[in-house]
Design a protein around this ligand. Structure first.
Ligand code: 3VV
Length: 194
């Protein structure tokens, strides 16, 4: 499905996505980029605990089970939580590019309601790269990786350096992250030239 919004379509001359030679192998679990991340971190009780795996090329798959804490309407997932699942899955593509990137735009289509306790099967891939701009798309399906599409998104991520987080993050958390060798290792795993 091609993006409905022109600004999310890779422009003429954009480069084809290129998997970094040191990217995790297809099938490898990517792990969390930050333990306190609401999308993928183990340290957030009500977080999504989304688990992503490297796919072929510049693609990932991920799974997320909707919990009681994620409701909007009775027994149904909140749309913002579903958008977060898509955002997090798209963010995981950074591991394959070995580029740190943040979401600039995220356009989400909600096609079916998603009940509590449902497992959402997500996949995402990069569609093109234009300088710092990374174009990508994701879907979330019900029942299995080939099930009906419940949600989909097109996105534009923008490449940033670690300095982006150091400049904008709250001091307490940045200091703690910088003092944690495991966190520094994870940040470096995203960057070709840290
Ligand atoms: C050692 C300790 C340190 C810790 C390290 C931790 C490691 C963590 C590792 C990995 C983290 C990954 C986390 C993933 C989590 C999931 C994803 C999220 O939810 S991310 C959060 C939500 N997003 C934001 O908070 C962005 C907020 N926005 C910004 O900060 C800026 O706007 C930013 C960086 C996106 C761009 O600002 P500019 O000043 O750098 O660059 P400009 O010139 O404005 O944009 C560059 C190009 O992109 C276009 N652009 C930018 N934003 C756009 C937009 N919204 N729509 C269309 N185009 C846009 C511009 O038009 C420009 O294009 P032209 O080069 O002129 O062609």
């Amino acid at each position: 499905m091609s993006p409905r919004n022109e600004t999310l379509r890779p422009p003429e001359g954009a480069a084809a996505p290129r998997r970094h030679p040191d990217a995790p192998a297809p099938g490898e679990l990517l792990g969390s980029h930050y333990d306190e991340c609401f999308g993928c971190g183990g340290g957030q009780d009500h977080g999504l605990h989304l688990a992503a795996r490297a796919g072929e090329g510049v693609s990932v798959t991920a799974e997320f089970t909707v919990k009681k804490a994620h409701q909007g309407a009775p027994g149904l997932a909140h749309g913002g939580v579903l958008a977060t699942a898509l955002d997090e899955t798209l963010g995981a593509l950074s591991w394959l590019l070995r580029t740190i990137a943040v979401t600039g735009r995220l356009e989400t289509d909600f096609l079916r309601p998603v009940p509590v306790d449902t497992k959402l099967y997500l996949d995402a891939h990069v569609t093109g790269v234009d300088g710092r701009k990374i174009y990508s798309t994701a879907t979330g399906r019900l029942g299995g990786p080939d099930g009906d599409i419940a949600v989909r998104a097109d996105a534009l991520f923008i490449e940033v350096k670690v300095d982006h987080f150091i400049a904008h993050g709250r001091d307490t958390e940045i200091k703690a992250a910088m003092a944690d060798p495991d966190q520094v290792r994870r940040a470096r795993a995203f960057e070709v030239n840290p």
